[in-house]
Design a binder for this molecule. Structure first.
Ligand code: FB9
Length: 511
């Protein structure tokens, strides 16, 4: 039994012979050649012709030939005639008496109903005295009744689906009545290729053995296909959160803010809580809300004098404050944690600002991860990205805070804001920020804000007449609303939908 490979070698040789015999004029039709060689057209094309063409032995020009596949129902119409014609025949047989709907149903079964509609449409039949009686129609008398549908189906079946000169409207009707479906036949016009005479073995690369053996002289090297698309580079994709973060960064930079360095997830309780005048027994400071680090558990401290001022402020106040009147514990302050807010970074930056000889107003922002040991739900993970902005300048008021928050959210297309008094341990007054979201048709809490307490900024050394206003929001919430994500796990974490990341559109922050 001859195996397939030398089968196809023979076929290839036969193809080469055929095209060479053309002597440059005319072409060979692949379907005709397949019939000639007695092989299946598809196998000939995929098994031999495409390989020979790739080696430039032959050239192939694809021609699409209309072909129609007749459905099983179509086949039955071809054999028995179309339902409409069969109804017509039955009514003719009954003439001059009227046929009745029930008699037609009886004699023709399911074809009766379909046939009646089609025959009525063609005026081959008509209703008699009443709707149950059927008589011959006006077209019947003028002898125009031809079963075009059945004839067309017969023709397709006889010509292997070739429609010949069947009118387009008939074909359209066959398609609509699911009696036949178009399946163009792709055949190829074959001609001699540039290397039609070169039957040397083809090689895609020069190997050492070829060079050593000199075999390369008898090998035809596949020419480079410089048009071939290279492998699409596996590029990375920006996580959706980073796309939105970039937009927020641009808003802050446009407003003249500098980005604070936030590259330290591990923070000391001192900077995260104590410098913010957050008392050591504050509920947010216990392990129910905060992740404590076991190693290194204890933070080194740098400015002992500042630490003493913080102790003093917590215990006895100062700067117009009476403090919390409790025993402040240095060890508690030294405990390392995962920062619960980027306000810890703001505290470090304000402390550094206070160390500068001459105070210069500053506008800072930060956007980075914070960690809270919270109950997880569809919108809360144990970590999220906090966005924070602060302005340190002389004689700032609550009006400035509301003003700059308006300007900030306006850049996101959120014009309608309202403020609701709230409480933060490190700001007074403190305001929740709410915005009317047209799309959601409701007021949404879009952030928090306040004026940093004197107990926070004075011990640092920030001058008396300087006020620091600040506000914060999350990155996840606007991103989820922007990209229509309801469960935060689809946006962030090990369950994130990578395809969405890859296909998510660029971010334009106008809500
Ligand atoms: O982001 C929040 N909401 C929000 C923001 C934008 C937004 O855009 C939409 C297109 C319209 C939608 C919603 N929030 C803050 C409000 C709520 O989601 C809140 O339930 C959850 N908050 C987080 C903390 O959760 C415990 C969001 C997070 C948050 C809260 C407060 C701050 C930062 C982030 C702050 C602060 C602050 C205050 C004073 C001084 C300095 C910083």
């Amino acid at each position: 039994m001859r195996n397939t490979s030398n089968m196809s070698t023979d076929i290839r040789a036969a193809v080469i012979e055929r095209v060479k015999a053309l002597n440059g004029d005319g072409s060979v039709d692949s379907m005709a050649l397949a019939n000639e060689l007695g092989v299946d057209h598809g196998k000939l094309v995929d098994g031999s012709l495409k390989t020979l063409a790739a080696a430039d032995r032959i050239a192939m020009e694809m021609v699409s030939q209309p072909r129609w596949n007749v459905s099983d129902e179509g086949k039955s119409y071809a054999e028995q005639g179309s339902p409409e014609y069969r109804v017509y025949q039955a009514v003719s047989a009954a003439a001059p008496d009227a046929a009745t709907v029930s008699s037609l149903d009886e004699s023709l079964g399911p074809a009766s109903n379909r046939g009646r509609q089609q025959a009525l449409k063609r005026k081959w039949i008509a209703f008699g005295a009443n709707k149950t009686e059927i008589v011959l129609g006006p077209s019947a008398s003028s002898g125009e009744v031809v079963d075009q549908v059945s004839n067309a189906l017969k023709l397709l079946l006889e010509n292997a689906g070739a429609p010949g000169d069947l009118p387009a409207d008939i074909l359209k009707q066959l398609k609509q009545r699911k009696l036949a479906s178009s399946k163009p036949l792709k055949t190829y016009l074959l001609t001699a290729g540039a290397r039609v005479d070169d039957d040397r073995v083809e090689a895609t690369e020069m190997t050492k053995d070829m060079i050593v053996s000199g075999e390369w002289r008898n090998v035809a090297f596949k020419k480079y296909n410089f048009d071939a698309d290279g492998k699409p580079p596996e590029g990375g994709y920006l996580h959706t959160l980073l796309k939105v973060r970039e937009q927020f960064r641009l808003i802050f930079l446009e407003m003249g803010f500098e980005e604070m360095p936030t590259n330290n997830y591990v923070e000391s309780s001192f900077w995260n809580f104590d410098t913010l005048f957050q008392p050591q027994q504050h509920p947010a400071r216990d392990e129910h809300d905060t992740f404590f680090i076991s190693d290194p558990a204890r933070a080194g401290v740098m400015d002992e004098k500042y630490l003493e001022r913080v102790r003093e402020t917590h215990e006895r106040g100062g700067f117009g404050s009476r403090g919390y009147r409790y025993e402040w514990c240095e060890e508690e302050a030294r405990k390392n944690i995962l920062r619960t807010h980027t306000t810890a970074v703001s505290s470090r930056m304000l402390y550094l600002l206070a160390q500068e000889k001459e105070f210069k107003p500053r506008k800072y922002f930060s956007i980075d991860r914070v960690f809270r040991n919270e109950t997880l739900d569809a919108t809360h993970l144990a970590e999220f990205h906090q966005i924070e902005g602060l302005v340190a300048d002389r004689n700032l008021s609550l009006g400035h805070l509301k003003g700059i928050i308006h300007e900030f959210f306006k850049k996101m297309g959120m014009e309608k804001l309202r403020f609701k008094p709230t409480h933060n341990p490190y700001t007074t007054p403190s305001l929740e920020i709410h915005s009317y979201h047209e799309g959601l048709g409701k007021w949404v809490e879009v952030g928090n804000s306040g004026v940093f307490r004197p107990e926070m900024i004075r011990p640092m050394g920030i001058p008396e007449d300087v006020t620091v206003i600040a506000w914060g929001l999350s990155l996840e919430r606007p991103t989820m609303i922007k990209y229509g994500i309801s469960n935060i796990r689809d946006l962030f974490g090990h369950k994130v939908d990578l395809a969405a990341i890859q296909s998510n559109p660029i971010c334009r922050l106008t809500f």
